[in-house]
Design a protein. Structure first.
Ligand code: GLS
Length: 838
């Protein structure tokens, strides 16, 4: 409907974004001088980072616009990925590499007087997540854009991401992470707002025709404003969108009347209460606490996202029954499960559909991914809390449950206990809403994140539901990682070496091409280069260790790394007990024996949830052990123990490429998948691990000779736990010696660590540390021996990398797209885009 002459004018001045060094420099200088109001005389590295980012942002937004127009014009089915966490890390380096202009930027910045490495370092991580679950969402966004899928992410724009961790006197101290001071990667959309209702009551009435309608009225309104983050695909024309919602009081202003009448505090209270909703990320990984504010966050985010999705669908003027042909919504864990209820509410209360028709649409639209079997992480919400905050939703949940239980009763008429077991409402005091059950009932597919995990959910926590819905509803999609960030960006030299042998950088789009490396596993020249790169990466990490901890480590030593959230089930305590065992062994060795030993640096990193006292105690023990061993001149380089402060995505990019061996040693059956295991192997490090999560599939791919597996199997865990409780629980003698040394005060105040030891000695050793300890230290000895034969070791690393193609998140996203979302890629060649594509 736009007249031709106007179209011409728009087209003529269409923004293109730079593509040459000169254009880039011009954009940078323009941003420094106008957007930032500075000049060449006061452009420091922060300003240079800002200007370079803005130049890239301009480019991305041009592609973003084209992508969105293309998706609208072709009216293609989109997937919406709902995740309460997106652990994005830094954006500039990623944007430069994905659009293929890092070299242009490097040369351009150099001509303007800056080193690109220094500019990249200026960026604050976008840390809107806790750990694996949030980083997975970020890898998925990268893959969806790189594979040209029409996809949106929806999340919350927390003012404070995961806290910054400081180590003070060996203890973790949490410091707020205020990251929004300057964030060039987001576009505030003040025109895109949604009013979100809380509290109030439900009034039911019958119209003239006797039809019952429910009206949710009263309560409180909070405003959601959209902030968009462009997500560039690697070497594709697609730039997708991550939409994050920020909360504000509906009026957006404080109450002047209250202010004038002297009621200062309550004049701003409404506003502050509203802003609290998107203020802070809950810092728990694999733990739910049932706090009202968390439920508020969930509903706020889900309601705003659905409003947006439904509005977009309604523009197409299609019939409601076509909704599942246009829209797929993936629930990243149970956190967004309310979306199921909200869509049902929209359809029956606001759009006037019949219950059954609405429910059929809803249950075809959603897919649910489960990320854990740990009972403490399974979400349950108290019914009274729900009743107060979301009264209409609770009614709908009761209806969903009623119809569901009726169908179960028809199918299994004589099984009363089954009904109680699978009810969405748990008959406890108070009653609880079981969110995972609601998610299963309201989705057409449920998936786990690695084979073992997907099997476990079918045989344990969701067993009854497999009987009810049949096995086809349950499926597996093994997690993956993006090779763009976790190889190309984190390890540019290795990426270059691989490119030189596999025929360019195509392997970054088809990771199975890595298999071409296998033929070089015995190639002397290649192995030498490989080793040099690993050594250089270790030197880089050693510098970081020196700068942050003051400890000097020898880059020729074996680097043994365990970085992840601190959790008893991940068993960092077993690792540090193993380190103490090693220390005691070295101390008892003769000088000759010591000469035969491979020097080792044990590196730990990770955050403990602020309220997780046992996890904090583990951090304290690691630091206390390090303080003693690192000062012990008698041991010297043979053993060093490092705790790296504030582990996050950007630090992971330095740490992971520097590992010789990394530890993935969870109690079998507890780690759903793990994804850092994949990152470490992809960067040419080997793994010591249990038969858990994706370790099992990594073993299948790389071969048993190229991984160090140990410990009990998941099928034996229950029996062992049972034996601890009801039999005599004899500890492994090696572990007893370790405990004795701690108890004798070798590592400082004995009382500090008594709970950690007590959990194993007196409280049933739930995580089976003692049961696996001997196998663990013996396997560590095998690692030592293997490392001494560097020639073979390097071959193992090369073969492993060559066989890692399966673990690309591209493979993973293609599986979701085919088996769950039913969506197709979209490129400018597809459909008539009226010349909108390139
Ligand atoms: C997690 C699991 O603990 C990890 O094993 C898994 O790799 C990750 C992504 O699927 O999800 N679940 C969770 O609550 N936090 C995680 O990191």
């Amino acid at each position: 409907s736009i007249p031709e002459n106007q179209r011409e004018a728009w087209k003529k001045y269409q923004t293109k974004g730079f593509s040459t060094k000169e254009e880039f420099e011009k954009d940078v200088v323009r941003h420094v001088e106008t957007t930032l109001a500075r000049s060449m005389f006061n452009c420091d590295e922060t300003a240079a980072y800002a200007a370079a980012s803005l130049a890239f942002r301009d480019r991305l937004i041009t592609e973003w616009n084209r992508t969105q127009q293309r998706q609208t014009f072709t009216d293609s089915k989109r997937v919406y990925y709902l995740s309460l966490e997106f652990l994005m890390g830094r954006a500039l380096d990623n944007a430069m590499l994905n659009v293929g202009l890092k070299n242009v930027a490097k040369e351009g910045m150099s001509e303007l007087g800056f080193r690109i490495e220094d500019i990249i370092e200026q960026e604050h991580d976008a840390a809107l997540g806790n750990g694996g679950l949030g980083r997975l969402a970020a890898c998925f966004l990268d893959s969806m854009a790189s594979l040209n899928y029409p996809a949106w992410g929806y999340g919350l724009r927390y003012r404070y991401g995961i806290f910054k961790q400081e180590i003070v006197d060996g203890y973790q101290v949490e410091v707020p992470d205020y990251w929004l001071d300057f964030n060039p990667w987001e576009f505030p959309r003040h025109d895109i707002t949604v009013d979100i209702q809380f509290y109030g009551n439900v009034r039911k009435y019958q119209d003239d025709k006797g039809v019952q309608t429910a009206v949710w009225e009263g309560g409180e309104i909070v405003k959601a404003t959209a902030f968009d983050v462009p997500i560039p695909g690697y070497s594709t024309p697609t730039t997708n969108n991550l939409r994050l919602w920020s909360s504000k009081a509906a009026s957006g202003e404080f109450d002047f009347q209250k202010f004038n009448s002297g009621d200062y505090e309550s004049s701003v209270a409404d506003q502050q209460r509203a802003e609290t909703i998107s203020a802070v990320l809950y810092p728990n990984d694999n733990l739910e606490r049932g706090k009202e504010l968390r439920l508020k966050q969930q509903y706020f985010w889900v309601a705003a996202s659905l409003y947006d999705i439904v509005r977009r669908f309604k523009k197409s003027k299609r019939a409601w029954r076509e909704f599942p042909d246009q829209v797929a919504i993936q629930l990243n864990d149970t956190h967004p499960t309310l979306a199921i209820v909200e869509l049902q509410r929209i359809l029956i209360d606001l759009e006037g559909l019949e219950w059954d028709e609405a429910w059929s649409i809803v249950s075809q639209t959603f897919g649910y991914t489960n990320h854990t079997v740990l009972p403490e992480a399974l979400e349950k919400w108290s019914v009274p809390l729900f009743q107060n905050l979301l009264p209409r939703h609770l009614q709908i949940i009761y209806e969903i449950n009623l119809f569901f239980l009726q169908s179960v009763e028809r199918k299994f008429p004589k099984e009363r206990e089954l009904l109680a077991r699978v009810s969405i409402i748990e008959e406890s005091q108070p009653k609880m809403v079981r969110m995972a059950y609601l998610a299963i009932v309201g989705s057409h597919k449920v998936n786990g994140v690695a084979e073992l995990h997907s099997d476990l959910i079918k045989t344990t926590i969701f067993k009854d539901f497999v009987r009810i819905f049949g096995p086809d509803k349950f499926t597996n999609v093994t997690n993956g990682i993006t090779p763009r960030r976790w190889l190309h960006q984190a390890n540019p030299r290795l990426s270059e070496l691989i490119a030189s042998k596999t025929g360019g950088y195509d392997f970054l789009k088809d990771l199975t091409m890595l298999n071409k490396l296998e033929q070089f596993a015995d190639d002397k020249e290649f192995k030498k280069e490989w080793q040099e790169i690993k050594y250089a990466n270790k030197v880089r990490l050693a510098k970081h260790i020196k700068a942050t901890t003051g400890v000097t480590v020898n880059p020729s030593a074996l680097f043994d790394i365990q970085v992840k959230r601190i959790h008893e089930y991940k068993r960092q305590q077993m690792n540090i007990f193993g380190v103490i065992h090693r220390y005691l062994t070295i101390k008892a060795m003769s000088p000759e024996e010591r000469k035969k030993l491979a020097p080792r640096v044990s590196i730990f990193g990770g955050k403990a949830a602020p309220g997780y006292w046992m996890a904090k105690t583990i951090i304290h023990l690691v630091n206390s052990v390090g303080a003693v061993i690192n000062k012990d001149a008698d041991v010297g380089d043979l053993l060093k123990v490092i705790f790296l402060e504030d582990y996050n995505v950007s630090k992971a990019e330095t740490i992971i490429p520097a590992s010789d061996i990394s530890e993935h040693i969870s109690t079998a059956g507890t780690e759903a998948s793990g994804t850092s295991n994949m990152k470490f192997v992809l960067n040419g490090g080997l793994i010591i691990g249990t038969c858990d999560g994706a370790n099992i599939e990594i073993t299948r791919e790389v071969g048993e000779n190229n991984i160090f597996l140990f410990g009990n199997l998941s099928e034996d865990v229950d029996e062992l736990r049972h034996a601890h409780t009801y039999g005599r629980h004899e500890l492994d003698p090696n572990l007893t010696k370790v405990f004795d040394s701690i108890k004798s005060g070798t590592f400082g105040d004995v009382n500090s660590f008594s709970a950690l030891i007590g959990a194993i000695e007196d409280h049933g050793d739930y995580y089976l540390v003692s049961d696996d300890f001997l196998s663990y230290i013996q396997t560590q000895d095998l690692v030592d021996q293997a490392y001494k034969n560097q020639d073979e070791w390097v071959s193992k690393c090369i073969i492993s990398v060559a066989r890692m193609g399966f673990f690309s998140s591209d493979r993973c996203i293609n599986e979701y797209a085919e088996s769950i979302w039913n969506i197709e890629p979209l490129t400018p060649e597809d459909g008539n885009t009226s010349g909108l594509g390139k």
